[in-house]
Design a protein around this ligand. Sequence first.
Ligand SMILES: [Zn+2]
Length: 207
Amino acid sequence: MPPIEVRFRRFTSLNTTIRLRQGKIFVSLSDLLEGAPEFVVRAIAHILLAKLYKKPIEAAHNLRYKRFCSSAAVTRQTELIRGARGNKRFFGPEGRFFNLEEVFDSLNAKFFSGLLGRPELTWSESVARRALGHYDAAHNTIVVSRVFDRPSSPRYAVEYLLYHEMLHLKHPVRMRGLRRMVHPREFKDEERLFPQLKEAQAFIGRL
Ligand SMILES: [Zn+2]
């Protein structure tokens, strides 16, 4: 059996996904399912594994899952959360031209041996030019300005922005006396490993 990584994520719907990548199974479940009874969790595991390995889904499991999702309490909770998250301005990783999760995963493999845990990734609400990217440690979320989600943005610019924020994940802010070390030396040394650093910074400067 391959190793399995299961994560609850802040979806606004009851989304579940399963992927087999480099010999490991990755499962993402909506956090709405976090409190689901065990027989529902088993049904979901069965359904996802059946899908992954293209095996038939047992009707009983399917029925349990469907019944749970359509139950009044769950429907109501889904709606509430959708409303609340709408207000919290969570826009998600899928942009018009770039998918932040896909970019994150490729950088993670290339520069971090795939070892960084993926935080929430989202495009910003507005086309902000002042805050181009930031990592919000409290919500474990990287926000990237939507200004980069356009065909004229080179991929290396989006990659560099995300790479910078990923270095913040790897090197949390340290205190030296009373000073906050946001970009300590190890951070800057590692940032220089990005191949198109100059081009990316020049592009951002022009923006
Ligand atoms: Zn920074």
